[in-house]
Design a protein around this ligand. Sequence first.
Ligand code: SF4
Ligand code: SF4
Length: 198
Amino acid sequence: MIRREEMTLWQRLYVGEVLRGLLLTSGDLVRHLWRFLLNAAGVRTKQRPWATLEYPDEQRPYAGRFRARHRLTLKPDGSVRCTACFLCATACPAKCIYIEPAEHEDPRIEKFPARYEIDTLLCIYCGYCVEACPVDAIRMDTGIHPEIYPADPRTFIEDKETLMMRSRVLEDAGPAALQQEHRARMKRMEIEPFSDQA
Ligand code: SF4
Ligand code: SF4
């Protein structure tokens, strides 16, 4: 248990501490305003005058362990690696993975997911599905975060093709292309909200 520290007489007088707080806050305000004015006048300062970024034109670099939107990985022939074993769906605490298995025409392959969907509105991006997969068929290394969709909850469901397409773009053009695509979509949405999902 952490005991509360005893307050000094000065702190118990209250007014002094209020003044100290006001001084601190107004000091910060003046400092930031000064930096902003210098920047607006074209004088470059070491620190940015504001903490916000002009997303999607600018983006903060994400940590390597950032759990981004999912993708389904592919075999060398371009088919889905997933074997429809249901381990990811079983491990998912949000119960947002839906799989419909089907028999494969190749007798050497037991089954594959005819349908694989993730309801990203329910997903909590915990990464348990990735941990549970025994064949590295699902990953969260796309580097892109969820987008804003219209109020219709069905638009949040990502199907097998969407999840596989991310792997194709990653393999063919690299993570920068996926990131660029995502940011271009966000930019379009800024100008014309939800035109992509109409
Ligand atoms: S990240 Fe977590 S909540 Fe989202 S699909 Fe995977 S297991 Fe489910
Ligand atoms: S993604 Fe992995 S864990 Fe999930 S069904 Fe496919 S093979 Fe199994």
